[in-house]
Design a protein around this ligand. Structure first.
Ligand code: SAM
Length: 157
């Protein structure tokens, strides 16, 4: 007699459409392993909440600072899964949305992506590292406003 599978609350995970590769000068990055259409959900990263007080007293000025996404209220989200591996480019081919209540960050294709392209988000105008492989000129970068912080997120919750 066959028994039915146990009930689950979550749907089975969607197969990943990307792989991790090392990129000269940029560390690890995510690369598409299949064509991705504009608007497709690429990844849903579960997050850890880092309250502003913990950030100020412990995480600030550590390596974590390079991986934290800003929420409007000063709290931060640390993306688990592959969410912390998206490198920066301007323009990016991946958009993301913070869902602080659901404690996830969702990453969507901002345009059609070909197989083998690196998947990148936009960190903001004020980078804390020397950009490698960027396509924008120094003049363009310097003419940007510089009133945002040195963190990943300009798209906040
Ligand atoms: C959120 S992590 C991205 C994943 C990182 N490459 C790794 O291997 O852990 C952010 C860091 O990646 C590097 N990075 C991201 N985009 C870059 C780019 N366009 N040029 C150079 N380094 C980049 C910087 O060192 C930055 O602090």
């Amino acid at each position: 007699m066959s028994s039915s599978p146990p009930p689950t609350e979550n749907p089975p995970p969607t197969p990943l459409t990307f792989v991790i590769r090392d990129v000269e000068g940029r560390g690890r990055g995510l690369f598409s392993r299949a064509p991705i259409s504009r608007g497709d959900l690429i990844h849903e990263a579960p997050c850890l909440l880092v309250p502003k007080s913990s950030y100020d007293s412990h995480a600030k000025h550590t390596v974590l600072e390079h991986y934290l996404f800003n929420c409007k209220d000063g709290d931060r989200l640390l993306a688990l899964g592959y969410g912390s591996i998206f490198n920066h480019s301007d323009p990016p081919n991946v958009d993301y949305r913070l869902d602080k209540v659901g404690m996830v960050i969702r990453y969507f294709a901002g345009r059609d992506v070909k197989i083998g392209e690196e998947l990148c988000i936009y960190y903001g105008a004020n980078l804390w590292f020397e950009e490698v492989g960027g396509s924008r000129s120094k003049v363009e970068e310097e003419s940007e406003s510089s009133d945002d912080e040195n963190f990943l997120s300009r798209i906040q919750d």
